[in-house]
Structures are given as C-alpha cells and as structure tokens.
Ligand binder design. Structure first.
Ligand code: AKG
Length: 266
C-alpha cells in the first residue's frame, strides 16, 4: 500500500517510546464526515453511551471524563469507513511488526465542555483487555482540533516497558499510574502533550501511560479510537467489550466476525 506513512525510523520510535503521532493523516473533509457520524450516533443511541446514566456508568464523575460509545461501526456506515480503514490498520500493523491485525473495537470519546469537565486519569489500556500476550494498541483520531485546553492526549515515553500494571479507576479523581510508579521509586519520563489539528492520528501501545486533561473550552472534544489486536495475541476469556466472548475460546485466537482481520495476511 503506497499511502501508508510508516518509515523504518517511525517503527523504531514506536517500539522505543510506545506511541507515535501522524499529523494530517485524514483530511478536514473526512473529519467533517466522521464528526457528523459521531454527533448522530450520540444523539440517537443515548442508551449505548457508556458514561450516560444507566448505561454502564462506573461512578458519578465518569460522564464528566467522557461519553464513550463502543463499536459504532456496527450501525454507522460512516464510522465503519474509519474503523475499517485499510490505511490506518496497515500503519498500525507495520508499527507493531505484526503479521496481521484484527479490530477489537472502535470507540467514540466525547469529552464534554465546561466547568465540570474532568481529567482522564493517567492509565494503561491493557489491564482492561482480555488479552495475552501484550502487544495490542490503539489508533486515536483527533476529530476536532485538540490542544492542552480541550483535553488532548499526553503520552509518557517508554512507559510501555513497565509491562502490565494495575487497572486505574477512570472515574476516581487522583488515581494515576505514573504517580504510583514514581512513588515506588521508578524513573518515569515526563509526559508529552500531543496537540494536533483534526485529522491527526496517534498510535499508542496498550501499556503506554497516557492521560487527557479536562476540556476547558466551550465545545465538546470529539475523538474516535480503534483498538487493534496483533496475530500473536490470544483471547483470555472473561469480559469482552464487543460482546463476542461467549463465542470464542479462552486461550484461542480472536477469530470471530466482529473481530475481522483489517490488515496483513491471515
Ligand atoms: O480520549 C481520551 O480522553 C482518552 C483516550 C484514551 O485513554 C484511550 O484512547 O486509550
């Protein structure tokens, strides 16, 4: 595929630091399209928003962190164009050095505007995923321009090298994996803020420490992320966010119609 931006030094950077940024991966027109799809989905499927009252809410503060909708691709053709983007999946496949990658799930993350907006605590993603070994990763698409003021992501370089740590409670103020590791005497690098215009994309390893500040602007901050599973990673059983857990075997591959291969060889 010709239009995949990955160079050898990008692969080295991602492997060393656990994240990478690509500015202008998608065009402004593509982001207009995705933004409208997210607004439509959030408006018409309120029951599926994880942060909303009665919809998987984890604490009173959770919906001030973000409103999250998982697997939008299932009922939004526009979201599916991005969730199943071959170019995006192939970029991630090369960075992660996988033979192929499957989709785990997509998720829209809308960080609400205003005074009550809260930080997304510094965390790793992998503790929430029923997967082994490590290696799964996310692509995070800036659907709006993102800055420190409206809750852009911050990544801690090389933190994925700490491996799998505890799950941080995202709705509980002050929970922070970087602080916990520093308190135990570990040398944790300073976070890097990733501001970028709409259409920019970051990739981050499931063990990378990352967070997003509160949204102090008057507009919501919309992002759309896709989690990818490399071929080497098995399903460990238990909770599976896309709902296919009962139809897969613990210890086996992620071989299921809701987790198709998006890039690479079967
Ligand atoms: O979008 C956010 O505010 C947080 C995103 C995040 O933590 C993730 O995609 O893993």
């Amino acid at each position: 595929m010709d239009d995949v931006p990955v160079t050898d030094s990008d692969i080295d950077f991602y492997q060393e630091n656990g994240f990478i940024q690509y500015k202008g991966f998608f065009s402004a027109a593509e982001m207009d399209h995705l933004r409208a799809a997210i607004d439509d989905a959030i408006g018409s499927h309120r029951d599926r928003i994880l942060g909303a009252e009665g919809g998987g809410r984890t604490s009173d503060d959770y919906e001030r962190v973000f409103n999250q909708m998982v697997n939008m691709w299932v009922d939004s053709p526009a979201a599916r164009e991005f969730a199943f983007s071959k170019r995006l999946a192939e970029t991630g496949r090369r960075l992660s050095k996988a033979r192929h990658v499957r989709i785990y799930h997509d998720h829209a993350m809308v960080k609400p505007a205003g005074q009550g907006s809260k930080e997304t605590n510094c965390h790793q993603d992998a503790p929430y995923w029923p997967m082994d070994p490590l290696g799964s990763f996310s692509a995070w698409i800036a659907v709006d321009n993102v800055t420190v003021d409206n809750g852009c992501l911050h990544f801690v370089p090389r933190s994925h090298k700490f491996g799998l740590l505890e799950a941080i409670k995202l709705g509980v103020e002050g929970e922070n994996i970087a602080d916990k590791m520093r308190a135990q005497g570990h040398d944790v690098a300073d976070p890097v803020a990733i501001d970028m215009e709409a259409g920019g994309v970051t990739f981050h390893h499931g063990c990378n420490f990352h967070f997003a500040g509160p949204n102090r602007t008057e507009q919501p901050r919309r992002a759309f992320a896709i989690i990818y599973i490399p071929d080497s990673v098995t399903f460990t059983g238990g909770r599976e966010a896309a709902g296919a857990g009962d139809e897969m075997t613990a210890g086996g591959p992620w071989d299921h119609p809701v987790h198709p291969i998006l890039a690479g060889e079967a």
